[in-house]
Ligand binder design. Structure first.
Ligand code: IMP
Length: 413
């Protein structure tokens, strides 16, 4: 029973959506376990470009059911909107199943995020994610299961209104939540049990991480992180299933990007950063913000491997590096005169890090859409092999463009 985890090895936006969609061609379930509508997973297929925030990427395949685990902060309005956008493209409605234990993101979570200044301080996606997770740990959240009891729902909304200037009309919010409950009534339930049964029946299950290791609440660049468990450890946390994973795939771009505030040692504010942003279309899928761009950081990638235990890597957007004279990769940092090879825990320390670069030859050839590893220019193949050696993990998939077909498969290694 193949159980495959796909997690971001950087600060999110590693093109996990495309990788997950590719891996789910024969999967029975695709499971989201963390994050919420802060995620922006882009999939380009025959129907067009889907920008997914809550719908698991694999659920765009007809045979694959999308499961939203209890670790996801679920914005019902966001999910309805997203499904509406998919319908406009003429797609069949994805087959979804929602955990009754999932906490809801409500309108006051967004207004709290603004009012408390956290949106600007951290550079969040302004989707109410932090405040929704705060309510969850403070044991005052509203879960999907609570929608079964209208009285409880109304009480919850008036309690929240008393605490925080509740925006909008409470009656309307209650009515819309009840409508959502009714529309999904046969698709809300014990997601943990569904996943466990699918695994026991031998179905292929793909767990789709949102954001990336360096945005993990505990293991990321705190406090410039998101509020959920973004690593492989989030699978147990966000589904309640003890999964024996057969593969753990770390997704990394061939360079690095970050959105929002926080340290980013290899950030390049010059022509290299500009090249990566323009060729890579590095603008947020959720917020449209220009992403900060820079070279690949092996200190961070080795750390992500130590945290997650990758069995292979998916190296995405390799085509974006075409046209650069040389490609640099950070192999260590200098912090206050010391050579450092471990990823620091303190954001302040990471902010003082100057990367030590290894420089490799670049290539001019356009490799967009390439499928065949042997046909890639020698410096591109050299870079892939060099990364494999440096991290100690095989590169199984290589992304060569946004389309679903633009992928080089090298086998699970
Ligand atoms: P929040 O998740 O909206 O609270 O934002 C916290 C931090 O995580 C900010 O730096 C966001 O830019 C970042 N972030 C959240 N979701 C994503 C994502 O899907 N991709 C990239 N960055 C993200």
């Amino acid at each position: 029973m193949p159980a495959i985890a796909v997690v971001g090895a950087q600060w999110g936006d590693e093109a996990k959506g495309k990788v997950v969609h590719h891996l789910c061609r024969a999967a029975g379930l695709c499971v989201r376990f963390n994050g919420g509508a802060n995620a922006g997973h882009t999939v380009e297929d025959v129907w067009g470009t889907a920008r997914l925030h809550l719908v698991p990427s694999g659920a765009l395949h007809r045979g694959c059911r999308g499961v939203i685990g209890h670790g996801v902060a679920l914005d019902p309005w966001g999910l309805e909107r997203e499904l509406g956008e998919l319908m406009v493209q003429g797609r069949p409605e994805p087959n979804l199943y929602l955990s009754e234990r999932a906490h809801l993101v409500l309108p006051h979570h967004r207004s709290r995020e603004e009012a408390e200044g956290v949106a600007d301080r951290i550079g969040t996606t302004r989707r109410g994610i932090g405040p929704a997770y705060e309510d969850r740990v403070a044991r005052r959240g509203l879960r999907l299961a609570d929608l079964a009891d209208e009285r409880l729902l109304r009480e919850h909304l008036s309690r929240s209104a008393a605490g925080t200037g509740f925006p909008g009309d409470r009656d309307r919010i209650a009515a819309e939540l009840l409508q959502f409950r009714d529309r999904f009534s046969d698709r809300i339930g014990d997601a943990r049990d569904r996943i466990a049964r699918a695994l026991a029946d031998g179905a292929e299950v793909v767990f789709e991480g949102a954001q990336g290791t360096l945005l993990d609440l505990d293991l990321g660049t705190y406090p410039y992180v998101t509020s959920s468990t973004t690593t492989v450890h989030g699978i147990g946390w966000g589904t309640g299933v003890r999964v024996n994973l057969t593969r753990v795939i770390g997704v990394t771009k061939a360079y690095t990007t970050r959105v929002g505030e926080g340290p980013f040692p290899t950030e390049d504010r010059g022509t290299v950063g500009e090249h990566l942003r323009e060729r890579g279309g590095e603008y947020g899928a959720t917020t449209g913000r220009p992403r900060r761009c820079g070279w690949l950081d092996l200190v961070a990638l080795r750390y992500a491997h130590a945290v997650n235990g990758f069995t292979s890597l998916a190296l995405t957007k390799l085509d974006v590096l075409s046209g650069l004279d040389e490609v640099a990769v950070a192999v260590a940092y200098r912090i206050g005169g010391q050579l450092v090879e471990e990823f620091p825990a303190a954001a302040e320390e990471l902010a003082r890090a100057t990367p030590v670069y290894e420089r490799l030859p670049g290539w001019d050839e356009d490799i967009a859409g390439a499928h065949d590893f042997a046909a890639l220019p020698a410096p591109a193949r050299g870079l892939v092999r060099w990364i494999e050696d440096a991290v100690g993990v095989p590169v199984e998939l290589i992304g060569t463009g946004p389309g679903a077909q633009a992928i080089v498969e090298r086998g699970a290694g």
